[in-house]
Design a protein around this ligand. Structure first.
Ligand code: NAP
Ligand code: ZN
Length: 365
């Protein structure tokens, strides 16, 4: 047996956790608060954070320019503000986009070049406190930061032991304001982390226990997603699930589903979680074709067979955007750029096999 599990993030989940755990998470003299345009305010998280900082007489500077699927350029702008204002720690509030951007800003603000950052060639970063306002990415407990790479025509992650947030503070009430579409898409992202992590070549007995527990809980919450019934109890379940997905992802990485999904997001503006959901049936068929034994236990944990799962995903997400035959080779090339995720996939994926997956995928609509 081989087990490797390391998670340097202090995690706290609960109602009013920001206030209750303050000033423990205030770990500097001046904070850069990194957010998107609206969610930090709409969720109520920004006010809770600034109230605590003001109570402790800690100064802060807001950087609210993070777009969905953030670029390195935006993160460089954030780092410039952090340096100009002498910020010594970062508080990230939002979905995966602001959380990932904050990790990049934390590195760039220590004068690491963008090139060294994306190659994981750095050993400094400002400390990050992560406050998620979606239940999906688990970014609050992973070292990964996914950047839109216009130079490569896709998205690609970086991250090492310096980019784990110091604190992950999860309050389910911050997700009450998330709309129906994003609630569903982010929940499917979580499902994808659990499912891919369980079937990753890097899975181990500990991640398997967490992933199976998460898949079981996903099966239990699925009827509520299908009814679009998002009570506070359901929101809490989704946030806990997202955390479990993050724990798994932090150890196992993701697989070809995420690597392929970035093409939907980059070229078709598909939300991240929906992109993964659109690829799930093709992925499951691939796993069946190579006789992956663990597939059966994953499906048993969810409590659905493949066709029931597919029906549920179509109900939740609809159909994927059409993909023209002439882009399949290009999408295959872009999938291979996410080399680590491809290598995490069971069954030694070759260029030809990935092209085949794209060919199958292009017929779904
Ligand atoms: P997101 O891109 O962070 O946010 C999507 C939308 O939801 C934005 O318009 C955002 O508004 C809004 N929103 C967020 N919280 C809200 C709230 N409480 N109330 C109302 N609106 C809210 O979505 P995400 O799915 O959480 O993150 C996706 C990103 O994370 C992708 O770039 C993906 O590649 C990355 N990701 C990272 C990891 C990792 O381990 N680091 C794992 C998976 C995915 P604002 O613009 O106002 O914020
Ligand atoms: Zn994801």
């Amino acid at each position: 047996m081989k087990v490797n599990f390391s998670l340097p993030t202090s995690v706290q989940l609960g109602n009013d956790i920001i206030q209750q755990s303050s000033p423990q998470w205030i770990i500097g003299f001046k904070a850069l608060i990194v957010t998107g345009k609206h969610s930090a305010i709409a969720s109520g998280a920004l006010k809770d954070i600034t109230d605590c900082l003001e109570r402790e007489a800690i100064k802060y500077q807001l950087f609210d320019e993070v777009e969905n699927n953030p670029t390195i350029k935006t993160c460089q702008a954030g780092a410039k503000v952090a340096k100009a204002k002498n910020c010594d720690f970062i508080i990230a509030i939002g979905g995966g986009s602001p959380l990932d951007a904050a990790k990049a800003i934390a590195v760039l603000a220590t004068d690491v070049s963008a090139q060294n950052m994306v190659q994981n060639s750095f050993d400094t970063a400002l400390p990050v406190i992560a406050v998620p306002t979606t239940s999906g990415t688990g970014s609050e407990v992973t070292c990964y930061s996914v950047m839109t790479r216009e130079d490569l025509g896709t998205k690609l992650s970086f991250g090492n032991s310096y980019t784990y947030p110091k604190f992950a503070l999860l309050d389910p009430k911050y997700t009450y304001s998330v709309g129906e579409k994003t609630t569903i898409e982010t929940a499917i992202d979580t499902f994808s982390h659990l499912f891919e992590g369980y079937l990753s070549v890097k899975s181990n007995p500990i991640t398997d226990i967490i992933a199976l527990e998460g898949l079981k809980r996903f099966g239990e919450v699925l009827p509520y997603l299908l009814k679009r019934q998002f009570t506070p109890e359901v929101r809490e379940k989704l946030m806990y699930l997202s955390l479990l997905g993050g724990f798994v992802l932090s150890q196992t990485g993701v697989t070809v589903v995420h690597a392929m999904g970035y093409a939907y997001t980059y070229h078709h503006h598909t939300a991240h979680g929906a992109a993964n959901g659109f690829l799930m049936n093709t992925y499951i068929e691939y796993l069946e074709s190579i006789n992956v034994e663990k597939l059966a236990s994953a499906m048993t944990a969810i409590g659905l067979n493949q066709s029931e799962l597919q029906t549920a995903l179509t109900d939740l997400l609809g159909y994927p955007p059409a993909i023209e035959a002439e882009v399949l080779k290009q999408y295959t090339k872009e999938t291979l750029i996410n080399q680590k995720s491809v290598e995490n996939t069971l069954g030694n994926l070759t260029t030809e096999k990935i092209l085949k997956l794209w060919q199958i995928q292009s017929k779904i609509n």
